[in-house]
Design a protein around this ligand. Structure first.
Ligand code: NCD
Length: 301
């Protein structure tokens, strides 16, 4: 049985396979509408979510499966009575054919997988990882014709606590000659473990201080919000790297602007209509990628 825990588990042939299923689902959704009929899939969210939970739940329904859900699992599940995550998962895995879980503990998905009899889908584990977000990020690059070998990507914003950045880095490292530029306040810099991971996998990491240091024909700018809920010290207040019209116009027609959303001030609304601003498209792609992932994992294990 396969669990979806971390981007480290993916290779390029799996990614090709998954994206071809997502492409086919987008083109022929009717052919998949009963493909998981009779299955029950749980979505358990111990942290807030809009896109991830609702796109997973829409994906479940569009494949003909049924969904049981705890939207606010920290208050509304037996976690509030002191039950361990492992015990909760042992129980829910007896009711379902798959469990989608978001949790504040970095190791939650791994812990869940160790005791689950059904596939676990990591929908975000603390500041650690968010692999299904990275799959849809990469799928969005694929949909606009980007090739991943030699790709150049700037990750911007909160590189310290941003789990979407941490996972995306690991996913991009699957490919050859990848160059990642990091743009953050010094106290929100990318942790060394990710820089080392890139180096070990043959990718290049270049730390920058401003948009003007990025090549104007960079493939992707991936901006992120400050993860305010993950720290308390007010002296950590980071500098924002705002992409507005003026900033975006420094870059070529081929550069695309992505963001996992929700955004705060780091992407000005004056770029929303720019054809290179793809964050809403990216969020929509999430449903198709999650459909492909559920379908492939639950049916083919
Ligand atoms: C991200 C998350 O939860 O990590 N959101 C999402 O899943 N689309 C990014 C964020 O919250 O900043």
């Amino acid at each position: 049985m396969k669990h979806i825990i971390s981007c480290e588990q993916f290779d390029r042939s799996y990614l090709d396979h998954l994206f071809s299923i997502a492409d086919d689902m987008m083109e022929h959704p009717e052919q998949y509408e009963n493909s998981l009929s009779g299955k029950v899939i749980a979505t358990m969210f111990f942290e807030p979510s809009t896109r991830t939970r609702l796109s997973f739940e829409a994906a479940i329904l569009r494949l003909g499966a049924k969904n049981i859900s705890t939207e606010n699992a920290m208050e509304a599940s037996s976690a509030t009575k002191g039950e361990s995550l492992e015990d909760t998962i042992r129980v829910i895995s007896g009711y379902t054919d798959g469990i989608v879980i978001r949790h504040f503990d970095k190791r939650a998905a791994q812990k869940a997988a160790q005791v689950s009899d059904v596939p676990i889908f990591n929908a975000g584990s603390g500041s650690g990882s968010h692999p299904t977000q990275s799959l849809l990020d990469l799928y969005t690059m694929h949909k606009c014709g980007k090739k991943f070998d030699h790709i150049t990507v700037a990750v911007v914003g909160d590189l310290l606590f941003g789990r979407t950045v941490h996972s995306l880095i690991k996913l991009l490292a699957v490919y050859d000659h990848v160059i990642i530029y990091g743009l953050s306040s010094p106290n929100f810099a990318l942790p060394k473990e990710y820089i080392d991971y890139l180096r070990i996998h043959g990718a290049t990491y270049i730390s920058c201080n401003g948009f003007e240091e990025l090549p104007e024909n960079i493939d992707v700018i991936y901006n992120t919000r400050t993860q305010l809920e993950r720290f308390t010290e007010s002296d950590l207040a980071p500098r924002e790297f705002v992409v507005n019209k003026k900033v975006l116009n420094r870059f070529s027609e081929q550069t695309i602007l992505l963001h996992p959303l929700p955004r705060n001030a780091e992407i000005a609304t004056d770029v929303d209509d720019d054809p290179r601003a793809l964050y809403f498209k990216q969020a929509h792609n999430g449903m198709w990628v999650r459909m492909a992932l559920l379908y492939d994992t639950i049916l083919n294990g």
